[in-house]
Structure formats: C-alpha cells, structure tokens
Design a protein around this ligand. Structure first.
Ligand code: ASN
Length: 321
C-alpha cells in the first residue's frame, strides 16, 4: 500500500458559496468527504499546511511546502498530493518542479467551482490527483497538475480561462496524460532538467510586458534596486527600439534580463537583426527562456539567483529548453 502525503493549502477547492454568491473559506475542509473504496490502495496522511486563497501565496509559502515535502521523503512517503487555489497553482507547481525534481511524484489539483455549487469539480479533481499520484507511471515525471481529467506538466501548464472547469491547458505541447474511465494513462514524457537546491527565495524581480509603441518604461528600473527582470517580449522575442538604451544600461549594471514571449504558443528564438530584434538582444546578453510563461520565468530566475548561479551557469539554466 502506497503512503501518500496530502497537503491542503486552500483555494476554491476548500471554499463554499453563500446565498449572495460570495465565495469564501470554510471551517471544515469539504474534501474530507472523499468516497472510501476508491482509495483502498493508499494510506493517506492529510495536513492543512495553509488555508489561503492562492493570490495570497508567496515564494515563501512555496518554500515551506517544498521543505515539508523534503521532510516527507525521510518519513517514507511515496507521493504527495497538494490542493491549491487555481490562480497561482501553476507557479507553486513550477517552483516545486525546479527545486525538488523527480524525487517523488508531486501532483497538484484545485477546483473552479466551490464545494456547494452545482457541478462542483473539487472532490472529483482531488480523487483524480490521488489516482495519478498512486500510478507507477507518475514516477520520474516531476511535478504534475491534474484537473478536469487531464495530466499536465508543471513546466508548461497554465490557467487559460477565468471560470471554465477546463481552464488548465498546455499550449504548444498538450497534456501528457489523462484520466479515462479505465484509469490513469500517460502518452508523453518530458525531457527532464536538473533541480536546484534552495533554502531562501529573496530578491526583487518584476515582470514587464512589451507592447506596440512601448517607450522607455524600463528606464524606471535602471535607478531602482532590482535583482533581475523578466520581459514578456513580442513574437519570437523582439522589443520596440525605444527600450534598447535601458536594456544596455541594465546589462552594464549586471542585472539579469530574462526574455519570454507574450505569445501563447511557441518558443522564443533570436532571429531578427533590427534594432530591438531578438538577435541583437541575445548578443547584448539578454537570456531567452524557452517555452515557459513570464510568471514561471520569474520563479526560475529567483530560484537560480538564490542557488547562487551566475555567469555561464545562470545562462545555461535559464536558456535550457
Ligand atoms: N478557482 C480558484 O481556486 C480561484 C481562487 N481565487 C484561488 O486561486 O484561490
């Protein structure tokens, strides 16, 4: 029988709706009602590590969850299931993926409808997440996100809809598995990366989005104390020309600049050789991050800096695909 640690952190999955339509935290977690029988193959140890809506989640909370999981490894747990608000679920999942790696299956899930709404998806998603955590095929696949009968990798999944239960999607690559009537099935495997050990998450790293006609907004950051910056660039990785003088200043000041695309699909590549074009930005030392969104690139840089990566090591870690 597999021993699974369940960590509840809050979010809609642990909330209920009142008569006026307001959704808030409940005293007793509605997930206590999991039907017995489905889980005969597991010994579940349940802990309420947090009880917060996910917009309140910080990297410090992520670190706390990571440390609890590392301790779980010494206690003989074979997998971990985390329930989490969906707004920032992808960020906690990604943080765990790049700091814990493949040591044991970690599966995150949440809900789009609170526990007493018609068609509530929480209990079902929770059960699916436990099924995936129990599957031998989940071993070695890093952190996974299970929602609405699909299994996604933490690296590429993102929340795409404000309210629909089919909100979690993996642009470009698709889910790696699904939960069918017959059970859990995997169809794809991710090329795994090394994880980085961190025991702190200090640093100020803003995210800036590029747009047509963007002026010298980045100038603000040339005289503010920041530890790095993530830019959501246009297309394959290009910026309007007026941003370039401040890019140069930031590079001179040794501030790491990580570039992702604001496009929903595809990967970045430095091909355009005009002013602000990706090729020129790469030559200056801007680091192109492959296939992940800005909120994850921010965590990637935060983790790398807290693991004391610099120079080539930092460049290789940020730009690996
Ligand atoms: N569906 C949800 O869980 C959304 C909620 N605002 C949260 O992230 O906590």
């Amino acid at each position: 029988m597999k021993k699974i640690l369940i960590l509840h952190t809050g979010g809609t999955i642990a909330m209920s709706q009142d008569e006026s339509g307001g959704v808030s935290t409940t005293q007793t977690n509605p997930l206590m009602d999991l039907p017995s029988g489905t889980l005969d193959a597991a010994e579940l140890v349940v802990e309420d590590i947090l009880n917060v809506p996910s917009p309140h989640i910080t990297p410090e909370h992520m670190l706390l969850i990571k440390q609890r999981i590392e301790h779980a490894l010494t206690e003989g747990f074979q997998a971990v299931v985390i329930t989490h608000g969906t707004d920032t679920l992808e960020e906690t999942a990604y943080f765990l993926d790049i700091t814990i790696g493949d040591k044991l299956p970690i599966v995150l899930t949440g809900a789009m409808r609170s526990s007493n709404e018609i068609g509530a998806d929480g209990l079902y998603n929770y059960q699916s997440a436990i099924k995936v955590a129990l599957a031998d095929e989940a071993i070695g696949k890093g952190t996974l996100v299970v929602m609405n009968d699909e299994i996604h990798t933490a690296r590429f999944v993102t929340k795409t809809h404000t309210t629909n239960v089919a909100t979690f999607r993996t642009p470009t690559f698709g889910p790696i598995g699904l939960i069918a009537k017959g059970g859990v099935r995997f169809y794809q495997e991710l090329i795994r990366h090394d994880s980085l050990p961190v025991d702190q998450v200090d640093g100020l790293i803003p995210i800036i989005k590029a747009y047509a006609g963007m002026g010298d907004t980045l100038e603000l950051f040339t005289h503010t104390k920041i530890d790095g910056i993530v830019i959501e660039a246009l297309g394959a990785g290009n910026l309007p020309p007026k941003t370039v003088p401040s890019i140069d200043k930031l590079i001179e000041k040794n501030i790491p600049i990580v570039l992702v695309s604001r496009c929903f699909n595809g990967v970045t590549s430095g091909v355009y050789d005009y002013e602000g074009g990706g090729r020129q930005l790469q030559r200056k030392g801007v680091m192109f991050c492959d296939g992940i969104n800005s909120q994850k690139a921010r965590l990637k840089l935060l983790v790398a800096l807290n693991a004391s990566l610099g120079g080539h090591e930092l460049y290789d870690f940020i730009t690996q695909s």
